[in-house]
Design a protein around this ligand. Structure first.
Ligand code: URA
Length: 260
């Protein structure tokens, strides 16, 4: 038995530089951990030549990659360091903002169908067009939709008639709806056509835009969400989607108080 008083042998202190950390990971695991699909499915994609690593097709199943490598599956970037998926879609008309529809109508996930585990962040009405985010990150989605985070959303609205300045003045200070007063908002009237307005809200109540205008007897003829949380439809035609950039995600997470 070792005496309590006997000095312990000196600890070997390893130099960090001497053994570089092996952060490589099998390609199928990389793809699966990005949330794109299962490992088995990833193997199938690899075998059929649908996977590229740093722009080169890779068909070797045991291939290892590093977190910084650019991996695409059928042209879609998959990224390990984020683990989660963050997509911005410019929703067309007649698309439902749910993960499935019992009546068989087309949903936003039918457009972005490669990522089965993602879900839309909040809702847009069936006939509303514009930006909708989709993710598999529950906390991110929760914060984006919670009124306390005051996430800005800008809508372009076409009304059935010209908006009266006196009604606009009431809208910007808040309107008493059946579920409470709306928060103050910004509103711009198109000087050439007073039935076209841009409204920026920070709450996200159900059908909020339509209910605000209906309160003053206007009918919303067209509704297009141009911006949500700083993400705009710019560069995205209706029905097109893209992955958020690292920079966008960093900014959004900072805004929401989430680690990046
Ligand atoms: N407000 C609405 O009335 N509809 C939407 O789709 C979004 C906001």
């Amino acid at each position: 038995m070792q005496s309590k008083n006997k000095p312990l042998p000196p600890k070997r202190v390893k130099s960090k530089k001497s053994e570089p950390k092996d952060d490589s990971i099998r390609l199928n695991k990389f793809i699966a951990e990005s949330g794109y699909c299962s490992r088995r499915k990833a193997d199938e994609f690899i075998a059929e030549g649908a996977v590229k690593v740093n722009k080169k097709v890779v068909t070797e199943l045991g291939t290892k990659v590093h977190p910084g490598d650019i991996v695409t599956v059928k042209g879609d970037p998959v990224s390990l360091q984020l683990h989660n998926i963050y997509i911005a879609l410019n929703k067309p008309k007649n698309i439902i903002t749910t993960t499935s529809d019992e009546l068989g109508r087309k949903t936003v996930l039918d457009i972005v169908k490669k990522h089965s585990r993602i879900f839309p962040v909040g809702r847009l009405d069936r006939n509303t067009t514009g930006i909708i985010l989709l993710t598999n990150d529950g906390e991110f989605a929760y914060r984006l939709t919670h009124p306390k985070f005051r996430v800005m959303r800008e809508y372009h609205v076409k009304l059935d008639k010209q908006l009266k300045v006196e009604d606009a003045e009431k809208i910007v200070v808040g309107v008493e709806l059946e579920d409470g007063k709306t928060a103050p908002c910004e509103l711009f009237i198109n000087p050439e056509d007073h039935s076209k307005v841009a409204i920026t809200l920070t709450e996200g109540k159900n059908h909020e835009v339509k209910r605000i205008f209906e309160h003053f007897n206007y009918e919303v003829k067209q509704l297009d969400r141009k911006m949500f949380a700083g993400i705009t439809t710019k560069g995205l035609a209706k029905g097109e989607y893209r992955h958020l950039s690292r920079k966008e995600l960093q900014q959004l997470k900072k805004m929401l108080g989430l680690p990046f």
